[in-house]
Design a protein around this ligand. Sequence first.
Ligand SMILES: *[C@@H]1O[C@H](CO)[C@@H](O)[C@H](O)[C@H]1NC(C)=O
Ligand SMILES: *[C@@H]1O[C@H](CO)[C@@H](O)[C@H](O)[C@H]1NC(C)=O
Ligand SMILES: *[C@@H]1O[C@H](CO)[C@@H](O)[C@H](O)[C@H]1NC(C)=O
Ligand SMILES: *[C@@H]1O[C@H](CO)[C@@H](O)[C@H](O)[C@H]1NC(C)=O
Ligand SMILES: *[C@@H]1O[C@H](CO)[C@@H](O)[C@H](O)[C@H]1NC(C)=O
Length: 239
Amino acid sequence: MPPVKGSYFLTWILISVFSTCVISFIPIDNYLIDCGSSGNTTVGARVFLGDANLPSKTLSTPKHIMASTDFNLAAFSEYPSLYQTARIFTSLSYYSFQIQQYGHHFIRLHFYPFVYQNYDLANAKFNVSTQDIMLLTDFQLKNISSPILKEYLVNITKDKLKVFFQPFSDLAFVNAIEVVSVPDTLIFDLASTINPVGQYTGLSTQALENVYRVNMGIPKVTPDNDTLWRTWVPDASFI
Ligand SMILES: *[C@@H]1O[C@H](CO)[C@@H](O)[C@H](O)[C@H]1NC(C)=O
Ligand SMILES: *[C@@H]1O[C@H](CO)[C@@H](O)[C@H](O)[C@H]1NC(C)=O
Ligand SMILES: *[C@@H]1O[C@H](CO)[C@@H](O)[C@H](O)[C@H]1NC(C)=O
Ligand SMILES: *[C@@H]1O[C@H](CO)[C@@H](O)[C@H](O)[C@H]1NC(C)=O
Ligand SMILES: *[C@@H]1O[C@H](CO)[C@@H](O)[C@H](O)[C@H]1NC(C)=O
């Protein structure tokens, strides 16, 4: 069973004008993991380490299943190689990350289902949680044509972050994981609410999930052109 249930997210819509003024930020914690891969994968300017070569305590799973596909997602993703491998979990499993600096971190989970041997990842149904927060419940990826990125902003105040995968019946999976330090000043404590109209204080104490991150005008901003490796989509489809 996952350690904590019933935590919730305050969802957050962030609409902002992307600034091309780039101040470089060096994250203290910077885990980039290509799950189910035995080699490292270069993604733009970053290198994702294959999880087969991580220290043995990083991944705890009863059965080691590394899935791969030849299918090339180049038409749907800037980083197709990240989605050509996946780690499959048939029972509760977790990754454990040593945290050097307490405070805000992005947890990014990358998903793209494919068929590997007798595993059809589109049939996966699972929960993902940390020790403290439920990130995804009853998560399924049926009829997906492009990769799905789930991004959370959490305040980590423990020496270890564990990310648990709990399949419902037979399988769960993940293609890549990022755990990256973020400047604590990124999110203000005070926000305006729309419905009801008002003010919300205490935003920095909540775990947040990215819903939309929109750049006014073009272009789409890809992780390599953002100081915190975020993706900003153009606003045309929202107007
Ligand atoms: C992957 O990168 C890490 C860190 O740079 C390095 O220690 C390791 O040897 C690399 N592994 C492979 C298989 O290239
Ligand atoms: C998936 O797509 C197919 C064809 O577009 C459709 O027939 C089917 O109902 C969809 N399944 C789900 C679960 O949405
Ligand atoms: C997934 O999370 C939900 C909500 O907390 C819980 O009801 C359910 O039992 C969990 N499923 C599994 C397989 O742990
Ligand atoms: C994270 O939580 C700790 C403990 O509650 C708190 O002291 C710290 O200010 C928080 N950090 C941020 C960036 O909110
Ligand atoms: C990202 O940066 C590269 C190199 O600087 C540039 O060629 C590319 O057009 C940029 N893309 C976006 C979406 O900003």
